[in-house]
Design a protein around this ligand. Structure first.
Ligand code: CA
Length: 463
């Protein structure tokens, strides 16, 4: 490489003296009488077939001194970076080399970025592959026993994989289960005693287990109750669940109440018109809100009419692995409902990965207002909204972690907080808030749990 650069310098030198015939110039290197290395540069004059030594000497000295300068330059460049490509012969050798060097440096940085991006993709694919392998293994081991009919009413005996209902005919299929009335669940006690008003999050209680999924498709997902149900079909007791493991997630399970949910079979399965991405869906005012797979499109699915009510792109939102939570899993866009309305938690290129919060119109899904925080989305395990304030979870795996940051949309200010939080099963893929019941809902490694929360001093501005 040194030689290549050196010959390039010689070419520059030759071009800078156009009166000399390039083809006849030569450089020789040999030991002198004293044994030291000596460079001899020979060039023919266009006007004289021979010349005296006296008249050649100043020219030779001039050439040699320029060679020395070039050698020093080349050494400096070699020491400073790995140039290696001559991109053309300019009139100034230094400029040419500098350009070549900066081009190569730029390409090297680009390659480094590509490598990091590809590494991330490989890790994500590896994770998905592991999950699918487990899923395949699980399905292989379970027999295909499903339906027993009883008086014409299909009844499920806990299918091998809970959501594995047959929807192969394209249209959705309802599953009516035989439901035994059970007294109101002890799991959701007392209704809403402390909902006297909004305030800051003071504490989060112990996780209360309601259900454990028994197949790989239930490793992570979304489960919720609608804090403000609409219409007669569904109530605030109805429990909703989506298993989000898999490529084409479209099934929404409805359970009569928490008792039925805990027992395991749904009263109804709805087939969503668009596939669901990840675990950021939420339930609010009779609609399921979710992110469409592999896109920044937000979907509102109306539960009463069982149809798509709105679909709008969330402007500039990163998706499908651009700005996920630390868990990954394409958790780029997280939807949340609280006392003040519907929110999207996400990030954009402009925000450089920091969490962005947008207040959404619940009907049209249009953005009403946006706030930019200064906490990076990929450093936190999850997030949720309470009383117009964003809270982030420090870790999705640590059994004893904290809610570590709060951003108040009323003031536009964020601050560090430290509210203890337990990931009892050490793989928390979803945390969402239900303001009617003042509870957090979470899906922690096959386990569907709730947490009671306590809010502090009453603040103004809540509805
Ligand atoms: Ca969330």
């Amino acid at each position: 490489m040194w030689l290549q650069v050196f010959y390039l310098c010689l070419s520059c030198l030759a071009l800078s003296n156009p009166s000399q015939a390039q083809g006849r110039a030569s450089l020789r290197r040999s030991n002198d009488h004293a044994g030291r290395c000596q460079y001899t540069f020979t060039v023919a004059s266009p006007e004289e077939s021979n010349c005296s030594r006296i008249s050649m000497k100043p020219e030779m000295e001039g050439v040699m001194s320029r060679l020395t300068v070039l050698e020093a330059l080349v050494s400096r460049l070699i020491a400073g970076g790995d140039g290696g490509e001559g991109t053309g012969l300019g009139t100034n050798g230094e400029e040419v080399l500098q350009r070549a060097l900066s081009q190569v440096t730029g390409e090297r940085e680009q390659l480094q970025q590509d490598k990091e991006r590809l590494n991330t993709q490989v890790q994500e694919l590896q994770r998905r592959l592991d999950e699918l392998s487990q899923e395949a293994e699980s399905l292989r081991q379970k027999p295909c026993q499903q339906t027993h009919t009883s008086g014409g009413t299909p009844r499920e005996n806990r299918p091998a994989s809970d959501p594995a209902y047959d929807v192969g005919n394209g249209a959705y299929q309802e599953m009516k289960a035989e439901v035994t009335e059970v007294p109101a669940s002890h799991l959701m006690p007392g209704g809403n005693q402390n909902s006297t008003g909004c305030g800051e999050l003071q504490s989060v209680g112990e996780p209360v287990l309601h259900r454990k999924a028994d197949s790989i498709t239930g490793k992570y997902g979304v489960w919720l109750q609608d804090p403000e149900p609409q219409g007669p079909d569904y109530t605030n007791k109805t429990v909703w669940r989506i298993d989000t493991v898999g490529k084409d997630v479209r099934q929404l399970f409805a359970y009569e109440d928490m008792a039925q949910f805990s027992r395991g079979f749904p009263m109804k399965v709805l087939l969503l018109p668009e596939p669901v991405e990840s675990t950021g869906a939420t339930m609010y005012r009779g609609s399921l809100y979710y992110q469409r797979r592999r896109s920044r499109a937000l979907v509102r699915y109306d539960l009463a009419s069982e149809s798509l009510a709105s679909r709008v792109d969330l402007p500039h939102a990163g998706f499908h692995g651009q700005y996920p939570y630390s868990w990954g899993g394409y958790t780029d866009i997280d939807l949340a409902a609280d006392e003040q309305g519907l929110w999207a938690i996400y990030s954009t290129q402009k925000a450089k990965g920091a969490i962005v919060i947008s207040k959404l119109d619940p009907e049209s899904l249009e953005v009403r207002k946006t706030w930019e925080t200064n906490i990076r989305k990929n450093t936190v395990g999850n997030a949720f909204m309470v009383c117009g304030r964003l809270y982030t979870l420090a870790s999705y795996t640590a059994p004893n972690t904290t809610i570590n940051y709060m951003f108040d949309t009323a003031t536009g200010n964020g601050q560090a907080v430290a509210v203890p939080f337990k990931n009892m099963y050490r793989y928390n893929s979803m945390v969402d808030y239900n303001h009617a019941l003042r509870k957090l809902y979470a899906w922690d490694n096959f386990h569907m749990v709730t947490y009671d929360i306590r809010l502090g001093r009453v603040s103004h501005g809540s509805s």
